[in-house]
Design a protein around this ligand. Structure first.
Ligand code: FAD
Length: 401
């Protein structure tokens, strides 16, 4: 295993003291116990798609790549247990073999399921929640090296904390998820002027299962993307030109994620749903005034339904998300720094995995269940084995946990 770790876009690198991939839960528990005795930090990593230093450590970097599989699928209860080393792509295929599927997926499926769960990864859909909103049971190794299984029936608060936990409550080894019977989707992509898209936003959001749009700063055009169950949703978008070659029909796990070849940096904020359009228009104005020459990448607008996870970006509120993208070989900091205050003025919460500048002081007021999350964290990891300096600043935890 190469020692240096780099995230997908290349903007976050570090060299851990050790990289390891335990064969099973018992080996992982022993590793954490010994690290705790020696006061060495342990950070679990998935596929390294996050661009914040959530997994950075000079201690031990753990991968669960050997701990894979699907257990106890139950079509009637619509649940299955996924081992933590499963990648999202593998998860989709494994579930489909049992006639099951996740309610939604993000833009790509290159992440580990546990990594996507860790940061509140979401797709788009007015009535669809973040991926981990459907977590009902977790298997994990705590900061004292104890192996535990906790279900929603045992401890609802714990599951609400575990749904988005940045790898600070423990190292997950399995997750039981509530699912849907496997379903097919029809994807369409259509082009229009951004003003037509915004004028019809409400209908586009309500009448399509999945809807999002990209706005292109240089042309002021929008690319509308919809996905619907066969025969459902808007059959015709009169103000847009649909691109036949982009149409796709198939199982949800094959239609929702896309290929991503060009690498980019991203800042994404989640806003109260009703604040989305005004915030977008302010961002659009600012980009056109100050950044259009440097930024040719698009701005993405999505929606997510409210959930009950303590640290979810959509915790307690229906959400619109706005993402800024910039080619990863071009400067992004000035652009992101200039737009971030606009997001904050509209009550935005930053995506945990993407670029932002907030620490605990700014984050705590955005999350009503913040202190409850921290109480649970200190119970699961009293010595702070899973904390690195970045996470201490992010969560406002003093050195020594
Ligand atoms: C091309 C691209 C597309 C993306 N699309 C979307 C999108 O559509 N929607 C969206 O919301 N986000 C999106 N993201 C962000 C991405 O989903 C998150 O960064 C996600 O966390 C990455 O998963 P990962 O497997 O790479 O995990 P990592 O980045 O490696 O880790 C993420 C978190 O999970 C924790 N973790 C890892 N393993 C474990 C474990 N075993 N137990 C407990 N915690 C663990 C880590 O400690 C860390 O805190 C995208 C990112 C990229 C680069």
């Amino acid at each position: 295993m190469e020692k240096e770790f780099s995230n997908w876009s290349g903007s976050m690198r570090f060299t851990p003291g050790e990289r390891t991939a335990p064969r099973d839960e018992a080996e992982l528990a022993e590793l954490v116990r010994r690290a705790a005795e020696r006061k060495i930090t342990v950070r679990p990593a998935g596929a390294g798609h996050s661009s914040q230093p959530l997994v950075a450590t000079e201690g031990i970097l753990v991968s669960l790549e050997h701990i894979k599989g699907l257990e106890s699928p139950d079509l009637e209860a619509r649940e299955a247990t996924l081992k933590a080393g499963m990648m999202l792509k593998e998860t989709g295929g494994a579930l489909l073999e049992h006639g099951l599927a996740m309610e939604n997926l993000g833009d790509v499926d290159y992440q580990a399921l546990v990594g996507a769960v860790g940061t509140g990864t979401h797709g788009t859909g007015r009535h669809l929640k973040i991926l981990s909103a459907h977590l009902v049971e977790v298997g994990l190794v705590t900061g004292t090296g104890e192996i535990r299984r906790v279900s929603i029936a045992d401890d609802q608060d714990f599951i609400q904390a575990a749904k988005v936990s940045l790898g600070v409550l423990g190292i997950f080894t399995s997750m039981r998820l509530r699912l849907l019977p496997a379903y097919r989707l029809h994807r369409r992509e259509c082009c229009t002027h951004i003003d037509d898209c915004m004028a019809n936003l409400e209908q586009l959001m309500e009448d399509n299962r999945n809807f999002d749009f990209y706005w292109y700063p240089r042309s002021d055009l929008a690319r509308i993307r919809t996905m619907n169950l066969p025969g459902e949703g808007m059959q015709d978008i009169p103000f847009a030109r649909c691109i036949r070659e982009k149409e796709k029909f198939g199982w949800s796990s094959e239609v929702i994620p896309r290929e991503r070849h060009l690498k980019f940096e991203e800042m994404e904020y989640s806003l109260p749903l009703e604040a989305g359009p005004a915030c977008f228009q302010e961002v659009r104005k600012r980009v056109k005034e100050r950044h259009r020459k440097q930024v040719c990448w698009r701005v993405l607008y999505r929606t997510v339904a409210a959930d009950d996870a303590f640290l979810s970006h959509s915790s307690g509120r229906d959400t619109a998300t706005i993402s800024l993208h910039q080619n990863n070989t071009l400067p992004f900091q000035e652009y992101f720094d200039d737009i971030e205050p606009i997001f904050l003025a509209y009550g935005g919460r930053p995506h945990w995995a993407k670029k932002h500048s907030l620490n605990a002081k700014r984050l705590e007021p955005l999350y009503p269940m913040w202190s409850r999350f921290l109480e649970i964290r200190s119970r699961m990891d009293p010595e702070g084995v899973f904390l690195n300096p970045y996470l201490k600043g992010l969560l406002g935890i003093d050195a020594g946990a």
